[in-house]
Structure formats: structure tokens, C-alpha cells
Design a protein around this ligand. Structure first.
Ligand code: NAD
Length: 280
């Protein structure tokens, strides 16, 4: 079994990114709006800022307390939209419950949408003219590409239909000429689908819920799931027990899809910078 090492893929892509950034007229800028004091979100934001500086990009952060009003968040979004040093930005999710996430995402200038989550960018993806693409599924595509895993004509099952992972994942695979089946919480006889798939992408958000019997021998398994166990250890949606001599390739958790997400965020920042430069 090949261990699909997202850290390795990330390292290679970030090297190329840094070389491209060196050639830009000014450093591309990534903005992050963080609302509240959630420790996990704070760590994610810190990692994004660090990754920016490692490839020579600027970062701009706006922090608001969880007590912030909707108007304050709207003002922060407008400030990012108007800041010429910010080429791309995101609102760190999840937002505290009192905010309507979709409405706030809808206020992001689609030309600065680092996560590719605005309706315009999701629509462009669907129309086959991608601008900025949701980072996690894009990271999965890069892993497949790096390891020369051909998806053309292959039966690929995507488990999960969220806006951020499952749906864009299916679109990207379709655009790459895979034969895509999307399964979800209401799918009947899930294993009938997974057992005939050459590639399974699992993004169900259920710790270790897929075991060896879910996959056909030789399948490629991409585990997007990320969970912290009570022991403090991380695990995915797939139980790796017994998979070593069964599947042909697997992304580990941690160290598989996870490291790709920030790299794709940097990639989106660079391409949005380049698009805005060529428009002026
Ligand atoms: P979500 O909860 O929004 O969506 C889960 C999807 O899985 C839903 O569409 C649901 O229908 C489906 N589902 C749930 N239980 C199922 C079951 N038993 N059988 C079949 N389908 C089922 O989650 P999400 O935001 O798409 O994230 C999915 C997982 O990926 C989570 O574990 C999350 O932590 C992880 N994630 C990781 C990264 C990363 O960078 N590695 C990024 C985003 C999400």
C-alpha cells in the first residue's frame, strides 16, 4: 500500500509557489477574519499566517470578539474587500452561532474569495470555468495528480455532500472525467457503492466509520475526515486497521489531506493576485 503523503506533496507545491511569489511585483496578500476565541480556530489562523510568510506572502488579520455584532463583522468584510493589499481572504469557519454564515460569505468579493465558497465561485466551478476552488477538495486532486493516480473513466465514490468538501469534490472529479457517485447520510446500502469503486473519497465526518470490508481490493482511499479522539490523537473517517495489504493507496490522518488545505489556500491567493494584476 502506498501512503499518500500530503506533507510531501505540500512541500513540493509550496516550493513552486514561493518561486512564483518571488517573481510578483509585490507580495500577494491573504486576509483572515477571525470572530471569537475558539482555540482550534486560533491555531488554524496562526498556521495560515505562518504558511503565508514562509512562501513570501503578506497576511492581514482582523480579529473580532465573540460579542461582536453583525454590523461589526460586515464592516470587517467591507474593509477586506476594499484593502488593495488583500488579494484574497476568508472568514474563519465556523462563525459563532448567532451569525448567518451563508449571508456573511455572500458579502465576500468573489474576486477575493480565498476559500472559493461564494455562490459565484461555486457556480464557476460547476460551469467548468473555475476561479478559486474550495481548498480541501482541490488538495485531494493535487494528491491524486502528484501520485499519478488516473481518474479518467474510473468509478469514484465521494461520501459526503457538504458545500465545502463533498459537492466541489464531485465537481472536480467530474471535470477530470471520472465517473462519480455521491453518497451521503441518506444513501441506502452504502457498501454496494463503495465496494465497486476504484477510488473512494471519504468526507462524512464520522470517526473510523469505514473499515476494510467497505473497499474492494486495490482501491485508492482518500480520507478527508479529521477527528480528535479523547486520547488527544487524531483519526480520520477510515479505520486503517487491516488496510495495509488490502487497498493500494491511502491518505494517513494526520499527514494526508490536512496539510494540503493551507497549501491550496496559498495557491488561490496567488491566482487571485495574478487575476487582479492582469485585469489592471
Ligand atoms: P459535514 O458534516 O458538513 O458533511 C458530512 C457529509 O457526510 C454530509 O453530506 C452527510 O450527508 C455525509 N454523511 C454523514 N454521515 C454519513 C454516513 N454514515 N454515511 C454516508 N454519508 C454520511 O462535514 P464536512 O465539512 O464536509 O467535513 C467532513 C469531514 O472532513 C470532517 O471530519 C471534517 O473535520 C473533515 N475536514 C477536513 C479538512 C481538512 O483540511 N483535512 C477540511 C474540511 C473538512
Amino acid at each position: 500500500m502506498i501512503r499518500l503523503d500530503g506533507k510531501e506533496v505540500s512541500k513540493a507545491l509550496r516550493k513552486t509557489l514561493a518561486q512564483s511569489v518571488e517573481k510578483t511585483k509585490r507580495p500577494p496578500g491573504l486576509g483572515v477574519i477571525l470572530v471569537g476565541e475558539d482555540p482550534a480556530s486560533q491555531v488554524y489562523v496562526r498556521n495560515k499566517m505562518k504558511a503565508c510568510s514562509e512562501v513570501g506572502m503578506e497576511s492581514v488579520e482582523i480579529q473580532l470578539p465573540s460579542s461582536a455584532s453583525e454590523d461589526e463583522l460586515i464592516t470587517a468584510i467591507a474593509a477586506m474587500n476594499e484593502n488593495p493589499g488583500v488579494d484574497a481572504y476568508l472568514i474563519q469557519l465556523p462563525l459563532p452561532k448567532k451569525f448567518n454564515e451563508q449571508e456573511m460569505i455572500g458579502r465576500i468579493d468573489p474576486k477575493k474569495d480565498a476559500d472559493g465558497l461564494t455562490v459565484e465561485n461555486l457556480g464557476l466551478l460547476m460551469a467548468g470555468r473555475p476561479r478559486s476552488v474550495p481548498c480541501t477538495p482541490n488538495g485531494v486532486m493535487q494528491i491524486l495528480k502528484f501520485y499519478d493516480i488516473d481518474v479518467v473513466g474510473k468509478n469514484v465514490v465521494v461520501i459526503g455532500r457538504s458545500q465545502i468538501v463533498g459537492k466541489p469534490m464531485a465537481q472536480l472529479l467530474l471535470a477530470a472525467n471520472a465517473t462519480v457517485t455521491v453518497c451521503h447520510s441518506k444513501t441506502e446500502n452504502l457498501f454496494e457503492h463503495t465496494q465497486r469503486a476504484e477510488i473512494v473519497v471519504v468526507a462524512a465526518g464520522q470517526p473510523k466509520f469505514l473499515k476494510k470490508e467497505a473497499f474492494k481490493k486495490g482501491a485508492v482511499v482518500i480520507d478527508v475526515g479529521m477527528h480528535r479522539l479523547p486520547s488527544g490523537k487524531l483519526c480520520g473517517d477510515v479505520d486503517p486497521e487491516g488496510l495495509e495489504n488490502w487497498v493500494s493507496a491511502l491518505t494517513p490522518v494526520p499527514g494526508g489531506v490536512g496539510p494540503m488545505t493551507i497549501t491550496m489556500l496559498l495557491q488561490n491567493t496567488l491566482s487571485l493576485y495574478q487575476a487582479s494584476e492582469s485585469a489592471t
